[in-house]
Design a protein around this ligand. Structure first.
Ligand code: GLP
Length: 241
């Protein structure tokens, strides 16, 4: 695993360049995408590059990591809506080629069909991850099995609190989500994780220097052959070298 520590802006630029280089080399790439505050600036860079004619999304296929259970794609806080607003509506992507887990129709029995769709598309070339304050990736909370495929999870109270800022009140934050499992994530050929701000420093320290353990789900990434973490100065403060 490669850990790059730099300013937030330089982390964003370098991560965006990795996506851009992939799209120039492989215009029909399969991307894994994340939501949250962290990837927003990166999506902004990709939109700029599209508008400048440097990259196109015409042949790209995307699979998002997760979605809240109970929110349909029109709900303002749904991750489908986030992706439309932050990326898809601004580039030439074919919406039929964009996939976000279905927060309304997914059941424990059919959730892993998402993995079959990823496989049918040829697997994910490059997957983008953020990290939760508690070390979660996607919505794989501490204690999650490393063998899990896409499944429905109960959200930790701390995760609901952290994400309450996007909702009118904590009561509106869904209690469950559909998420790619850790096995699904580890199947991606290449992974980028971005972490910004001091609030992520404990999770990053655990992921980078602690034991590989389900207690810090992101630590599993150390077992993957091609992971780059872009960590800004704030998020790097607890890494002890
Ligand atoms: C949510 C998402 C994660 C994301 C995390 C961090 O819980 N399910 O995929 O990485 O939030 O979000 P942010 O980037 O807003 O800190």
């Amino acid at each position: 695993m490669q850990v790059i520590i730099d300013s937030t802006a330089k982390c964003v630029n370098q991560a965006a360049e990795r996506f851009s280089a992939l799209l120039r080399r492989k215009p029909d790439a399969v991307l894994g995408l994340a939501t949250g505050s962290t990837p927003e600036a990166l999506y902004g860079k990709l939109i700029e590059q599209y508008k400048a004619g440097i990259i196109s999304f015409k042949k790209v296929t995307t699979f998002n990591l997760d979605e809240y259970v109970g929110l349909n794609g029109d709900h303002p806080q749904s991750y489908r809506r986030f992706m439309q607003e932050k990326l898809f509506d601004h580039v030439d992507i074919d919406l039929k080629q964009t996939h976000v887990p279905d927060g309304v129709h997914t059941t424990p029995e059919n959730a892993a069909d998402y993995d079959k769709m990823i496989e049918a598309a040829g697997g994910i070339d490059l997957l983008l991850l953020g990290i939760g304050n508690n070390g979660h990736i996607g919505f794989n909370e501490p204690g999650s099995s490393f063998d899990a495929l896409t499944h429905i999870v109960d959200l930790n109270e701390s995760t609901r609190q952290a994400n309450a800022r996007f909702f009118a009140s904590i009561n509106e934050v869904p209690k469950q989500a559909v998420t790619m499992g850790i096995h699904t994530i580890m199947q991606a050929r290449s992974i980028i994780l971005m972490a910004f701000g001091a609030g992520k420093s404990q999770a990053i320290a655990g992921a980078v220097t602690g034991p590989v353990s389900a207690d810090v789900p992101a630590s599993v990434l150390r077992l993957h052959p091609d992971v780059t973490m872009f960590v800004d100065d704030g998020a790097a403060t607890d890494i002890k070298v």
